[in-house]
Design a protein around this ligand. Structure first.
Ligand code: PGA
Length: 252
């Protein structure tokens, strides 16, 4: 059985108070069993709040993820945060390859592979994002683009390492735009990604890797998306910022 996962990617949103009160309220609702859900929930707050967030969720079924790491162990890289620092405060997950990192911080596949290696060295689980731009889809290059993104990064890892990954298909044209991929577009791409894993690591492995969809998920479209055969949950930006809406998505 594949894990069903919902990740709240808060990006550069929520200050200290908003972060801590969201998490405390979320815990209260889940532990008072006011909602039924079967998905693993991972919250990705900003760097300054990872430690307190992890403390709040300690010993619960919820988990925390960082949104980024630097590719070096340590050193003179002003403003950066290393995988070992995250490890030292008990963080177990990191998002890599997000299109906003690729677009605004010029992160290319070779750099992402370095980040993957350092994350694996410190035993972090990786939520690795792939997805095509609008122009690439209009030119029918989406499969080629996603295959290249995976081939030059995740597929450089051996099967024992690749067990630490969740994959997120996030079409760039859908992120933060309110334009969700159609069920067919999303399912077709997820099936394609799974077939790539099957070719590379064997059919059995391809059946257990979780592939999440991301891009304008909300409380209305989540249920249909999550019920597609190859969609194992989602990575949620805007709609994860309000507790009520996020809870509806978790229950979808
Ligand atoms: P969105 O963001 O839900 O706001 O489209 C998703 C993401 O960037 O992970």
């Amino acid at each position: 059985m594949r894990k069903k996962i919902v990740i709240a990617n808060w990006k550069m949103n929520h200050d200290f108070y908003e972060t801590t009160s969201f998490l405390r309220n979320l815990l209260q609702i889940i532990y008072e069993k006011k909602i039924n859900h079967s998905k693993k929930i991972i919250i990705a707050p900003s760097f300054p709040f990872l430690h307190i967030s992890n403390q709040i969720l300690q010993g619960t079924i919820l988990d925390i993820s960082a949104q980024n790491i630097h590719y070096m162990d340590k050193g003179a890289y002003t403003g950066e945060v290393s995988a070992s620092m995250l490890k030292s405060i008990g963080i177990k997950n990191v998002i890599l390859g997000h299109s906003e990192r690729r677009e605004f911080f010029f992160e290319k596949n070779d750099l992402l592979l370095k980040k993957i290696k350092i994350a694996l060295k410190y035993g972090l689980n990786i939520i690795f994002c792939v997805g095509e731009t609008n122009v690439e889809r209009n030119n029918n290059q989406q499969f080629h683009v996603v295959k290249k993104q995976l081939s030059e990064t995740v597929f450089q890892c051996s099967i024992d390492k690749v067990r630490s990954f969740h994959i997120a298909y996030e079409p760039v044209w859908s992120i933060g735009t309110g334009k969700t991929a159609s069920l067919e577009q999303a399912q077709t791409m997820h099936e394609f990604i799974r077939s790539l894993f099957s070719d590379k690591y064997g059919v059995n492995f391809s059946k257990i890797i979780s592939i999440l969809y991301g891009g304008s998920i909300n409380d209305i479209n989540a249920k249909n998306l999550f019920s597609q055969k190859d969609i194992d949950g989602g990575i949620v930006g805007n709609s994860s910022l309000k507790l009520e809406q996020f809870l509806k998505i978790v229950q979808s």
